[in-house]
Design a protein around this ligand. Structure first.
Ligand SMILES: Cc1cc2nc3c(=O)[nH]c(=O)nc-3n(C[C@H](O)[C@H](O)[C@H](O)COP(=O)(O)O)c2cc1C
Length: 215
């Protein structure tokens, strides 16, 4: 089927895009308002965009019920310019899901989910203690586009539980971290446990020698 976006409703564009841009990493973002109230919410319109400097981006749409009103995460980052990306792994998936419930702004999602916090190294916003890895970020810039914001954050500190780090690189022991990927909405996710494929790139010299990377 072919779809001309201008003829689709917003919801239909959303359905199609989130169904094919998969799996997506999930940033469980902690942020704080100007009074210190902590907020946590998951975002899968998330990725890194460069590492020199290290920049991550997150797409936050305004509230579905009031499309001109930003979600608390976007509101907080606009006010205090800092946030922490807590990496979502299998063991915290269900707690993460509770953080996506649309609680009133004064409710602490972390308490509702049974998460606890720990101080960050470089930013005032705390990280989630139960997350095995986190990225501390300072707002680099925010683009307001229609009813959404694309927030770019510069990573100023990286924290990973020792057991998931091979210090020789350092590398992340990605096969052991068991991160979760977001699929097509509707409560669908994928595990990365026992799901790795290793397909090394073919050097051009090897290509000329006939290597095609077949199993
Ligand atoms: C796995 C998952 C991924 C999500 N990704 C996004 C996203 O990328 N952008 C967005 O605006 N909302 C996303 N949401 C919805 C927000 O998490 C939800 O609206 C949340 O209540 C916002 O909280 P806040 O107002 O405290 O910021 C996602 C929800 C889940 C469960």
């Amino acid at each position: 089927m072919d779809f001309e976006v201008a003829k689709l409703q917003t919801r239909q564009v959303y359905n199609l895009m989130i169904g094919m841009i998969t799996p997506r990493p999930i940033a469980l973002i902690t942020s704080q308002d100007e009074h210190g109230q902590i907020n946590a919410a998951p975002f899968s319109a998330f990725n890194y965009f460069c590492t020199d400097p290290p920049i991550v981006g997150v797409g936050v749409t305004n509230r579905p019920e009031a499309v001109t009103v930003p979600k608390d995460t976007a509101h907080n980052i606009r006010r205090t310019h800092e946030f922490v990306v807590n990496v979502v792994t299998e063991d915290i998936l269900r707690k993460m899901n509770i953080c996506a419930t649309d609680f009133p702004a004064e409710v602490n999602e972390l308490e509702m989910a049974g998460f606890t916090t720990a101080p960050s190294m470089m930013v005032k916003v705390p990280r989630i203690r139960e997350a095995h890895a986190s990225l501390e970020c300072r707002e680099y810039t925010t683009m307001e586009i229609g009813n959404s914001r694309i927030i770019l954050g510069q990573v100023v500190a990286i924290r990973v539980d020792d057991q998931f780090v091979d210090p020789s690189g350092p590398y992340i022991k990605a096969e052991e971290l068991h991160t979760i990927g977001r699929m097509n909405g509707l409560g669908n996710y994928v595990r990365t446990r026992d799901a790795f494929l290793n397909v090394p790139r073919i050097p051009y010299k090897k290509w000329l020698e006939g290597e095609r990377g077949e199993e």
